[in-house]
Design a protein around this ligand. Structure first.
Ligand code: SR1
Ligand code: MG
Length: 434
């Protein structure tokens, strides 16, 4: 994909920062200089980005710190051969502002946005860590499901036509419509490439047969294409767009959501499915992280309970928001005034949530498959050094994902998914060359 494209021209004034140029730039921003304190010469600056796309600097001063994210004009994971628009920083800061207004306390505070430099200086979250790292270490996050279900329910409801007038929804679609390059990454890397021979694809030795089976699975290719169609054509709410456990920072008591650069108006289930997929991938990866067989069983059980609590929490909060504040142009209150009308509407809410649930499962399955057969993998699995163990974990995840995507409607509730995950985790998969 990227290899055929030419380098992206950057606008006048844009330059890729190093520590010293960033020091000079931040010194000229009073809101940031105040947070850091002291004089610029006192600040320590470290580039710590380990994501696929951007630079991330941690800047510390005598009074405090800031995390500075700068978009590169290309995909960091691949290099300059894959250009990527700097405008993603604009969409990220726009989404952060909108989401933080609807879900206060769950995103980092923004201190400064510089459109020319494609740079956001935000709150330095400490002692928070990337959730993926904590889960690899087997750390329980007791408040996570409660916080994240709130983050999902409030912005997904609050940016939908259930909460907003029609014109406001259309304006939101317009505000994010230009984020096409980031959507295209998703359209290619999640919904297309894992199902065909593609240069970007890679997988663990031992999974050749599994990858070939997926490429030859007509039912699966139809199912993922239906999901792609929904992703491309269902502007239900303002999504984060890349809500994996690398986009979530946690302590045992706090949860913060970062990195919504893939934000656009899309189907709600895409965000919910992203979180569930990443929890399930971590669940299957535990075989490669436990000190002895079974040592992480309690942790596995916590992950499955968390998945259940996440969905039920979302469902409850979303329904409550609709009952309390459904003042958007969809389902106008004036049409539902009698007890019979209200009973119809209650059934309609349940049906709506059933459809979001089906989307959630489909998107979760797609996101599991892409992390095993596509370009960008998860360290939950990648950090398993023994390739046979990693392939075993991945084959189990593929098996579950395939069934969930093709037989979505057989999964009547979230507990059916967690029960299936537990069953599949006990399977001994057949690996190539076994
Ligand atoms: C080329 S970008 C690969 C992936 O990194 C981001 O985190 C998104 O998940 C994207 O699909
Ligand atoms: Mg990201």
């Amino acid at each position: 994909m990227g290899a055929q494209q030419s380098a992206l021209a950057t606008p006048p004034g844009y330059a890729i920062h190093d520590a010293e140029s960033l020091r000079t730039a931040l010194a000229a921003v009073p809101d940031v200089a105040r947070v850091l304190g002291g004089s610029p010469a006192d600040w320590t600056i470290e580039e710590v980005g380990d994501g696929n796309l951007n630079l991330v600097f941690i800047v510390r001063g005598p009074a405090g710190g800031t995390a500075v994210k700068q978009a590169l004009p290309y995909v960091r994971l691949v290099g300059e051969s894959w250009p990527l628009p700097l405008s993603r920083a604009h969409y990220e800061h726009l989404a952060l502002r909108r989401h933080s207004a609807l879900a206060p306390g769950l995103t980092p505070e923004i201190y400064h946005y510089d459109a020319t430099a494609a740079l956001i200086a935000m709150e330095y979250l400490s002692p928070h860590i990337i959730m993926r790292h904590g889960m690899i270490a087997g750390t329980v996050y007791p408040g996570f499901a409660e916080a994240l279900s709130g983050y999902l329910a409030a912005p997904l409801f609050g940016t939908s036509a259930l909460a907003l007038p029609a014109a406001a929804c259309k304006n939101l679609v317009a505000d994010f419509a230009g984020n096409t390059a980031l959507c295209k990454i998703t359209e290619d890397l999640i919904f297309t490439e894992p199902y065909q021979i593609a240069d970007n694809n890679r997988w663990t030795p031992g999974l050749d047969g599994h990858a070939a089976a997926i490429r030859g699975d007509g039912d699966l290719k139809l199912a993922v294409s239906r999901l792609k169609m929904r992703f491309m054509t269902a502007p239900e709410a303002l999504l984060h767009g890349d809500l994996h456990t690398g986009s979530i920072m946690v302590t045992e008591d706090e949860t913060r959501i970062i990195d919504p650069e893939f934000a656009f108006m899309g189907p709600m289930g895409f965000d919910i499915g992203a979180v569930i997929a990443n929890l399930l991938l971590n669940y299957f990866s535990q075989i490669g992280h436990e000190a002895a067989p079974g040592a992480r069983d309690a942790y596995r059980a916590w992950i499955l309970r968390t998945i259940e609590a996440l969905w039920t929490g979302f469902q409850t909060k979303f329904t409550a928001a609709w009952v309390a504040g459904g003042s958007g142009d969809a389902y106008p209150a004036a049409l539902f005034t009698t007890p019979a009308d209200r009973a119809h509407l209650a059934r309609e809410r349940a049906a709506y949530l059933d459809r979001v649930f089906a989307d959630t499962l489909g998107f979760a399955a797609a996101k599991m498959i892409r992390r095993i057969l596509g370009l960008a993998h998860n360290i939950d699995l990648e950090w398993i050094e023994d390739e046979r163990v990693r392939a075993t974990a991945e084959a189990r995840a593929l098996f579950l994902a395939r069934d969930v995507m093709v037989n979505t409607h057989a999964y009547r509730g979230i507990d059916a998914v967690t029960a299936a995950a537990a069953r599949v985790n006990g399977l001994v998969p057949t690996l190539d060359g076994a």
